[in-house]
Design a protein around this ligand. Structure first.
Ligand code: HEC
Ligand code: HEC
Length: 322
């Protein structure tokens, strides 16, 4: 009889075993195997790299390099807003709105995909094309961009300026988030809600896409796995009457319909609004829509609350931009 009861107890334990009965220690050890804390070595002041980073920093804040002299990288990638813009679209040169939501330029050293549609090869490629991108510094030609550089007193080619910008951006890392302290062994760094949110994040499968050191930024995937995203987000079509089809617009391949970069969730609590079009005003909405669009699941208010608490633990200390 004792044996039978024991067996029933074990079976019950197996049936109910899930991440929610896992101890805090076991949870910590498990996530230590999946994620890693953010870090970057500081560059010594007498190294050549230090000089190049300083050039990149100066370029990043320099409005003289834009078509109309009003806009710098920092106009849209704002230090006060964790490297992004609090508006769904940014006002650029000649007060033109950018077609998509501005992405944060933090922790980029951990990103594999650049831009919402992955249409840039590298940070260097991104920076060089920003000089003439209508949604960037908007110079009409490379020649015009180059003359802006020399007029402003830089002795750079476009390629060397882009290299310096990329170097500088790779130094912008947010450190010491509560989650990173937890990863380093401080079990009390996360609140009870945050630990439960982390359990939800693993259990529901958010981690399947938002994974690695940056919690994403490695890959692209369809936004809306079982239906068009705009049926949930209410996103308006563009001027040509078409919705933003993401990577299909780059490759022309219908398999790429509605495929977008899986964004990093580092510092996500600081970078509203959300998604490539800024359609979700707040984090709770973004999480709810993720449930519907990527997991085909209506999340409960408790799940949304815990996930949001957990995502707040990914906010690190802002880097020294200057
Ligand atoms: C007018 C606003 C604006 C300006 C100016 C601007 N950007 Fe951006 N940036 C954006 C937008 C919008 C995106 C998203 C573009 C997309 O994916 O379609 C973006 C994306 C990026 C990304 C990709 C980040 C990621 O997570 O994939 C990097 C890097 C970047 N910009 C760097 C720069 C640099 C460097 C400059 C200056 C040379 C610059 N930007 C100027 C608005 C701007
Ligand atoms: C199948 C892959 C996938 C899964 C699973 C997934 N996501 Fe996402 N997530 C994405 C993609 C792709 C985007 C960007 C969509 C867009 O803007 O076009 C995104 C965007 C987000 C954003 C907005 C970030 C920003 O900067 O705009 C948040 C927040 C988010 N996801 C949280 C979650 C949470 C929480 C879960 C689990 C409930 C989850 N995601 C599950 C792929 C996924």
């Amino acid at each position: 009889m004792v044996v039978v009861l024991g067996l029933a107890a074990i079976l019950a334990a197996v049936w109910t075993f899930d991440v929610f009965s896992e101890s805090d220690e076991a949870l910590m050890r498990r996530v230590q195997g999946i994620f890693a804390p953010l870090d970057v070595e500081s560059v010594s002041a007498d190294s050549p790299e230090f000089q190049r980073i300083a050039v990149g920093r100066k370029l990043f804040f320099d409005t003289r390099l834009s078509k109309d002299g009003t806009t710098s990288c920092a106009s849209c990638h704002q230090p006060a807003h964790y490297g992004t813009d609090p508006n769904p679209q940014s006002l650029g040169v000649f007060k033109k709105l950018t077609p998509r939501n501005t992405q944060a330029v933090l922790n980029l050293r951990y990103h594999r995909v650049v831009h919402w549609t992955g249409d840039r090869e590298s940070l260097e490629d991104q920076a060089i094309r920003s000089f003439t991108d209508p949604g960037g510094l908007a110079n009409s030609t490379e020649k015009e961009a180059l003359s802006k550089l020399s007029q402003a007193g830089y002795r750079e080619t476009l390629a060397s300026a882009a290299d310096a910008l990329a170097l500088y951006q790779r130094t912008l890392v947010t450190k010491n988030s509560a989650f990173d302290r937890f990863l380093r062994g401080d079990i009390e760094a996360l609140t009870k809600d945050q630990k439960n949110g982390l359990r939800q994040f693993l259990h529901l499968g958010c981690v399947a896409c938002h994974t690695g050191v940056a919690f994403g930024a490695k890959d692209m995937i369809r936004f809306g796995l079982t239906r068009d995203y705009w049926t949930v987000t209410g996103s308006a079509p563009k001027a040509d009457g078409q919705h933003d089809l993401g990577r299909q617009g780059v490759t022309g391949n219908s398999n790429d319909r509605n495929v977008f970069k899986i964004p990093s969730l580092r510092n996500v609590a600081m970078t509203a609004p959300y998604f490539h079009d800024g359609s979700a005003k707040d984090l709770a909405t973004a999480i709810r829509w993720m449930g519907e669009l990527q997991l085909d699941r209506k999340l409960t208010e408790r799940e949304v609350h815990e996930l949001k608490s957990f995502l707040e633990s990914l906010t690190g200390e802002p880097p020294n931009w200057n």
